[in-house]
Design a protein around this ligand. Structure first.
Ligand code: 6R9
Length: 663
């Protein structure tokens, strides 16, 4: 759980001193100025920051004014801490804002999505006019199945067009969607269906991953054995594989295709729920993060326009995330569509049928803005530099990163190899809970530092505080907090207000605590240091996993690293590192010694790992985050904890086999 109370380990006084020592040693001097032509016509300039500083509520009103409201709001913010209501009294329809209004504005022929299936040649182009028809049909079908405003709809689909269509159809009628990652187990699916009390499940026979059809429907069948509340299961035929057809099942093409392509979008209240998305808590019940309508759409749309400098007439935007992750909700579906953007959606994995697939897609659609995750970037580094060289990627102009701290070396590799050294890289910090990007460089304003998320966005009052909740001076480290409410913030944990208060608002009085550590450098710029649960305590010194991992990745032989603190009789905790080598590098006998010395030289002897293991893969969630918890189990020679959110559990076997020293 991410409760603040459990983070005490990061707050010992000696540790804070040592974190400062580490920060001083890790001196990053590279700076990348915004390209002059981008800065000259950028959507956001320094004036936007000044405007928001002067009057943040007026600034948020200006973001809401980018949307089309059926009824304008009466009150911008009602803050009954920690419960926020934004744009109170306002009414709007999210699907109307994302689809219909663009068609009404004469943009029906603009492409909303270039959809690229994993099997080559399997692609679809969907204009805003097409999307309006598809979403209307799906909305009519849901209504025929008895789905009404406020009902919950569980969505368990691969990355196919029916996924955004389903979300928009729910939003259109005011039903609350709850997307569960296509890779999650039946147990994970079942607990999420139960918690939300979903009435309908939308799924598919299967999807394509790694070159073959991968079944989804059997997982749904298994989960539903214990879900009597589910009345209907709508099944999209994607792969054509054999499935069991049960009483509750109905094919998507049987019910959706015969519906009218017209559907009147009713206005919904600004604070009516839009969706629930579960964060993969490691223990206990999953946390259903609840997002609502007006504030969420205003902030996702504005941040997408601002952080990516989106020019909807000319840009082709590609966010490689899965829609089952919040990044897909906010930056494949809601933000981009509200802005009338043209986006790419890709169904499969980056190595199918070859390791240049992403760059082939960039070339094919002339992608101008690419938004991906550090895990993908490090994988490309591992595969080597020659793969992307075969493709024309000169269309790219802005690159984004999200999901984990990006190691400075991975940032520079991304900038040089993918961005041809001409594209700004925006490292965007945010969470499922924040709903939208909170801290990021602005491509037309910020002289970015590799590895730093830099500054809070206009209107966001993020800060770094010490154990007592006092703001740290420049050069200090501590806990990231947000001091004021923001429009896209979670409203509560579904069905559990107390857990919402305990988890996010109890560690520091009156402040939102996201659970991340951060430092503020001498210039006042922010560096994210990962979850505070992951901070290691070595001989009384707090050391962040992020800094040691970045030191390892700065070695020319290393593509990726994960670091954990394992119990040690002498030092309390000792640093154990797992590294993946770059493509052409052979594992040599002295590699561990080399790397240990490299870390000592970069960060100081205190950060030197006790043990370094070269491994073929690291355990990751479907959204690409390293699961350090499982590596800690290996390092401490315990049996593995919950692996239900792991992408590929064979990885853990490979790693355990390499770990003789812990036995
Ligand atoms: C959007 C998303 C949230 C956690 C967050 C933090 C980590 C995300 C980051 C980052 C450093 C970044 N995180 N972006 N850390 N720099 N640019 O990832 O949401 O899946 O809820 O994860 O991810 O630790 O607290 P979610």
């Amino acid at each position: 759980m991410r409760s603040g109370k459990e983070h005490g380990v990061a707050t010992e006084t000696p540790g804070q001193e040592s974190q400062q020592t580490l920060s001083n040693l890790m001196s990053e001097t590279r700076r990348f100025e915004p390209p002059a032509d981008l800065a000259a016509s950028a959507n956001v300039t320094a004036a936007t920051f000044e405007e928001a500083d002067r009057d943040s509520l007026a600034f948020w009103e200006s973001t809401a004014d980018r949307l089309t409201w059926a009824r304008r709001w009466d009150t911008t913010l009602e803050w009954n801490a920690p419960f926020a209501k934004w744009f109170v009294g306002g009414e709007l329809n999210v699907a109307y804002n994302c689809v219909d209004r663009h068609v009404e504005a004469g943009l029906g022929d603009r492409v909303a999505y270039y959809w690229e299936g994993e099997p080559e040649g399997d692609s679809r182009t969907i204009t805003y006019a097409d999307l309006q028809k598809e979403v209307s049909r799906a909305a009519n079908a849901l209504e025929e199945l008895g789905v009404r405003k406020g009902d919950r709809v569980a969505v368990y689909l691969p990355m196919i067009p029916e996924l955004p269509i389903t979300l928009l159809a729910c939003a259109r009628i005011g039903a609350i969607h709850s997307v569960v990652f296509g890779g999650f187990s039946s147990a994970a699916l079942k607990s999420r269906i139960h918690d939300a009390d979903a009435k309908v499940v939308i799924t598919a026979d299967g999807g394509y991953r790694r070159g073959k059809p991968s079944a989804l429907k059997p997982t749904v069948d298994e989960a539903l054995e214990e879900c009597p509340g589910v009345e209907h299961v709508v099944v999209v035929r994607r792969t054509g594989q054999d499935i069991a057809v049960n009483d509750r099942d109905i094919w998507w093409h049987d019910i959706v295709d015969r519906q009218s392509a017209e559907h009147e979008p009713a206005p919904h209240g600004a604070e009516d729920p839009l969706y629930i998305l579960y964060t993969s808590g490691t223990t206990g019940r999953p946390k259903g993060i609840l997002h609502t309508t007006g504030g969420y759409l205003a902030q996702t749309a504005w941040t997408h326009h601002a952080v990516f400098d989106l020019k909807p007439e000319t840009d082709v935007y590609w966010c490689t995330a899965d829609i089952g992750w919040v990044t897909g909700h906010s930056y494949i579906v809601y933000g981009p569509l509200a802005n009338g953007a043209t986006s790419v959606i890709y169904e499969g994995t980056p190595d199918t049928p070859h390791k240049g697939r992403f760059w082939e897609i960039v070339q094919k659609y002339k992608v101008t803005i690419l938004y991906t995750a550090p895990t993908a970037i490090r994988t490309f580094m591992k595969w080597g530099d020659d793969i992307r060289a075969k493709f024309d990627m000169s269309s790219l102009r802005v690159l984004g990163s999200v999901g984990e701290p990006i190691n400075p070396e991975a940032y520079v590799w991304y900038r040089e190899n993918i961005g041809g050294s001409r594209c700004p890289v925006v490292d965007t910090w945010w969470q499922t809970e924040t709903g939208a990007i909170m801290i990021s460089p602005m491509p037309g304003v910020t002289a970015a530092k590799p590895g730093a998320a830099m500054r809070p966005l206009p209107g966001i009052s993020a800060d770094v505080v010490d154990d007592q909740g006092n703001s740290v001076p420049n050069g200090g480290g501590g806990f990231l907090v947000v001091r004021e409410p923001w429009p896209a913030m979670l409203r509560t944990i579904w069905g559990d207000d107390q857990r919402y208060i305990d988890t996010y608002w109890s560690r520091f009085d009156g402040m939102y605590f996201p659970g991340d550590g951060a430092k503020r450098d001498e210039d006042g710029d922010l560096w994210l240091l990962g979850r505070v649960d992951d901070v290691m305590l070595v001989s009384g010194h707090n050391i962040s996993t992020t800094e040691v991992e970045s030191a390892l990745v700065s070695h020319p032989k290393v593509a990726e690293a994960a670091v954990v603190g394992a119990t040690d009789p002498v030092t309390g905790q000792a640093i154990v590192a797992f590294v993946i080598l770059r493509g052409s590098v052979e594992e040599s006998a002295d590699i561990a010694t080399d790397l240990r010395n490299h870390v000592a030289k970069t960060l100081g002897p205190i950060a030197k790992p006790r043990q370094i293991m070269v491994v073929p893969e690291l355990p990751k969630t479907r959204s690409g985050k390293i699961m350090r918890r499982l590596l800690r189990d290996v390092a401490e020679n315990r049996s593995l904890g919950d692996v239900t959110t792991l992408t590929d559990d064979s990885v853990m076997k490979l790693i355990s086999e390499k770990m003789p020293a812990a036995k």
